[in-house]
Ligand binder design. Structure first.
Ligand SMILES: CC(C)(COP(=O)(O)OP(=O)(O)OC[C@H]1O[C@@H](n2cnc3c(N)ncnc32)[C@H](O)[C@@H]1OP(=O)(O)O)[C@@H](O)C(=O)NCCC(=O)NCCS
Length: 201
């Protein structure tokens, strides 16, 4: 058990490190800043940001074999999750009542995918907002109807926009942004490509 825990921690650290390499490469590409001059900090809630560049916003997520990043000129949140078998009853604890009702009304073979669609959308929102899990997960709600994402929150809902991206059949990926325009697709790069780009002069 202890060995598994240690391995998990090691794996998580590797993913965090990979995420840092990825965002450093993105900053270099978008802003032309060299690696050694890039400085990050974190808000009181733990959300990382780029020091001295208030108009540059980004967010990172990692799950399984993927590390993802979204960046733009307004607040952004991203979440990737590997789809796995779980006890769907946790939706009753984490999701709003409307979300849980929608989930349990789905056909049996659609429930898991829908669960992870909602999960990643909810995570993307709390990460864009920046407060993370300090924001009660049942204080806002998503519904997906024919690929349309309908978001309702006690306040602020007009300011946030959402998009789901297909990255891998075994994963869900959602992005939340205060910008209404999203890129059509995503750029996929190998670790080696990102690493080489970051450290090339
Ligand atoms: C920490 C949290 C912001 C994201 O956690 P997560 O989904 O497990 O992890 P992700 O890989 O998507 O994101 C982690 C990254 O988000 C960033 N992050 C950390 N705190 C953040 C915050 N307050 N706001 C935005 N981003 C944050 C960091 O870059 C972090 O990477 P690091 O751990 O390598 O430093 C928070 O939402 C959390 O703990 N979630 C737990 C999962 C859960 O219960 N979800 C219920 C959804 S229904």
């Amino acid at each position: 058990m202890d060995k598994i825990k240690r391995f998990r921690r090691y794996e998580d650290s590797l993913m965090s490190l990979t995420a840092e390499i990825l965002i450093r490469a993105v900053v270099r590409f978008k802003l032309g800043i060299k690696n050694e001059s890039i400085k990050f900090n974190r808000t009181a809630y733990g959300k990382p940001y780029l020091e001295d560049y208030e108009d540059f916003h980004f967010n990172l997520s990692h799950s399984g074999s993927w590390v993802v990043c979204a960046a733009g000129s307004k607040a952004v949140g991203i979440d990737v999750e590997k789809i796995k078998e779980i006890d769907l009853n946790i939706a009753k604890r984490f999701f709003s009542k409307e979300e849980a009702d929608d989930l349990f009304s789905k056909k049996e073979d659609e429930k898991i995918e829908y669960f992870f669609d909602l999960w990643t959308l909810k995570e993307s929102y709390i990460k864009a907002d920046g407060r993370g899990l300090s924001l009660p997960l049942n204080s806002f709600s998503f519904r997906i109807e024919n690929e349309n994402i309908i978001f309702t929150a006690e306040s602020e809902q007009a300011n946030y926009f959402f998009k789901k991206y297909d990255i891998d059949r075994e994963y869900k990926l959602a992005v939340c942004s205060m910008e209404s325009q999203f890129p059509e697709g995503i750029h996929i790069k190998s670790f080696e490509e990102v690493f080489e780009y970051l450290f090339s002069y």
